[in-house]
Ligand binder design. Sequence first.
Ligand code: SF4
Length: 67
Amino acid sequence: MKIKIDPALCQGHGVCQDEAPEVFRVVENPGAYDHVELVVESPEEGLRPGVERAVRYYPNRVLSIEG
Ligand code: SF4
């Protein structure tokens, strides 16, 4: 599974990290919104449900799954 992040849209709310902490980590970004980083570039399939929740619950289209 490949995940795409649009960093320009991320506002650091951390919903993604709550849903899939094995995959997403929110880091401080001094002077701007906190922003998300991937903990793993290509998460194993077992992590897909949490990633899908993160994508679904966050309406801004910051996150998407490619494949
Ligand atoms: S990707 Fe969305 S949920 Fe995750 S930190 Fe950024 S704004 Fe928040």
